[in-house]
Design a protein around this ligand. Structure first.
Ligand code: NDP
Length: 510
């Protein structure tokens, strides 16, 4: 019998049905959170080494099933197989490996050197939050939500995950690998469905939310978390600028910008969305870029591993891309290549380069999330930095130049969570580095020591070192004769230099 509500998935490349998934009811979502809560104490009672041992079994299983993952990602999301292997298999393997090697160190109690009260000691210790709700997008259906799950689980939490309605099959497949490898089924659960299922998950009593998705949905998620006073990490959209400075290595910049703009058909939060080129290189850069982009081969990744670019993942996304390009052209942009959808089955859009773009165009201001690179010409570096920082988004930024010192100097002035010099996107696969946006690109970070610790409550214990002290000077009783002594003590502590301290200690109180 057909389930009363199900997601019916179609290949974004050829339109054929690729599977169906039952939508979780609100009762099922609440029951999943309750089961996860019940399973969590036993998991957190295991040592970090024991939790790592289970996650390393998961790693082994992902490694053994890499081909199946690549094939399913190609079928469900349209991603080229190279990208499936590197972004959806290797990056998760690296993340598991890094955190299994480092979780004990990162989550060890951390002493706090005491400043004034040296007769006492403080330390931080890290306690799992409980049940972490993870809500994921469709553009990296394994890498993103499961990366969060690995960190949450290693930290001792239970996880209930709501993948995107567009990519539930890959989530279900990978989740099955986790359970087969030894992650308790109640500890890590999947609920499936549309946005309302995500909202129900937040409402079902989770202790923290890790959300990756659009700014618009992120604001709703953030508001729901605020009402419930639970922490959330919001990983939202990007509008990454690539600044090609006057002394850039042209070949490397061209190769990087082409890949950074068109990998995953531009559907990467860290994709290059604006190319800012110094006039000294502009003509050669644009000519080289158009040559490279024209050579990109689009196709159905589930039928061939000999393509560079798949389709947009869904029809809505292609409509957005088309609207952005049409708006730019109507306002005077020049299409140097592409600029149109590719007719036929699937949501293909031709890889596009636009010149003569101006700051009143949506393509320059709003996230496009598609295979389009608008290129802007600048005569000086200051203007490039100003334009890069004009965006309301601040996830990733890129600087291309040969002078390393100058590259870092410019990078430090770009208001983004991460700025890479002479490279693009790859920092997401460096699990030891923080990933998180500024401005409307989000709140909080994932990855890195800080991201792992954030999966825990950070608790502070302060204890005595001098057990025979029967009282503290600031406790009762308050006696008038103590006030002048306290004033002297303040002088000794906070007086300016030795002379100032002595003067206040031994001088008159008047
Ligand atoms: P959406 O915001 O549309 O959806 C993200 C997730 O939220 C989906 O699972 C969605 O379900 C769910 N959702 C929708 N409405 C609600 C709600 N009211 N309450 C709770 N959950 C809800 O984003 P996309 O899936 O379209 O992903 C693309 C966006 O993600 C881009 O803006 C991109 O830049 C950003 N992104 C950010 C990254 C980062 O690290 N900063 C990384 C990757 C992507 P459903 O799919 O069923 O609608």
């Amino acid at each position: 019998m057909a389930h009363p509500d199900e997601l019916v998935l179609h290949s974004p490349a050829n339109g054929t049905e690729v599977g169906r998934v039952a939508v979780s009811t609100p009762d099922e979502v609440r029951a999943a959170v309750a089961r996860a809560r019940a399973a969590q104490p036993a998991w957190s009672a295991r040592s970090i080494a024991e939790r790592c041992a289970v996650l390393l079994e998961v790693r082994e299983s992902i490694l053994s099933h890499g081909r199946e993952i690549v094939a399913l990602v190609a079928k469900e999301s349209g991603k080229p197989q190279h990208e499936g292997l590197l972004h959806e298999v290797m990056a998760p393997l690296e993340l598991i490996t890094y955190f299994c090697e480092n979780a004990e160190r990162v989550l060890a109690p951390a002493p706090i050197p005491m400043h004034l009260t040296k007769h006492r000691a403080s330390y931080l210790h890290y306690v799992p939050r409980g049940v972490v709700g993870i809500i994921g997008p469709w553009n990296f259906p394994h890498n993103l939500p499961f990366g969060g799950a690995v960190m949450a689980l290693l930290a001792g939490n239970a996880v209930v995950m709501k993948p995107s309605e567009y990519t539930p099959l890959i989530a279900a497949y990978v989740h099955g690998l986790y359970v087969e490898a030894g992650v308790p089924a109640d500890l890590f659960q999947l609920v499936q469905g549309r946005g309302d299922v995500g909202a129900t998950l937040i409402d079902a009593g989770v202790d923290m939310v890790e959300f990756t998705g659009s700014v618009a949905t992120g604001k709703k998620v953030g508001a729901m978390c605020a009402e419930r006073v639970i922490p959330c990490v919001l990983e939202l959209g990007g509008k990454a600028p690539a600044l090609v400075l006057a002394d850039a290595d042209l070949d490397r910049a061209l190769a990087a910008v082409t890949w950074g703009g068109f990998a995953n058909a531009g559907q990467v939060c860290a994709s290059i969305e604006r190319v800012l080129v110094h006039e000294r290189l502009y003509d050669r850069f644009v000519e080289g870029l158009v040559t490279r982009v024209k050579a990109l081969r689009t196709g159905d990744a589930s039928a061939s591993d000999d393509i560079d670019l798949g389709p947009l993942q869904n029809a809505r996304q292609r409509d957005i891309v088309e609207a952005r390009v049409n708006d730019a052209v109507a306002k005077g942009a020049r299409v140097l290549c592409g600029g149109h959808r590719i007719e036929g089955p699937g949501h293909f859009y031709a890889p596009t380069v636009l010149a003569d773009v101006t700051t009143d165009m949506d393509i320059v201001n709003l996230e496009t999330f598609g295979p389009v690179l608008p290129v802007m010409r600048f005569s000086d570096e200051e203007a490039m930095i100003t334009e890069a920082n004009r965006s309301h988004l601040g996830l990733l930024g890129y600087v291309f130049c040969k002078d390393a010192e100058r590259g870092r100097r410019v990078a430090e002035r770009i208001a983004c969570g991460t700025v890479m010099v002479n490279d693009v996107i790859a920092s997401h696969a460096m699990a030891e580095t923080p990933w998180g946006g500024l401005k409307q690109s989000g709140i909080g970070v994932t990855h890195s020591d800080e991201g792992l610790r954030h999966m825990c409550q950070q608790r502070h214990v302060n204890h005595d070192l001098v057990p025979w002290m029967s009282s503290e000077p600031w406790w009762y009783p308050y006696r008038p004769q103590d006030l002048p002594r306290f004033e002297k003590a303040l002088g000794a502590l906070y007086g300016q230099g030795l002379a100032g301290k002595l003067r206040r200690l031994f001088g008159s109180n008047d």
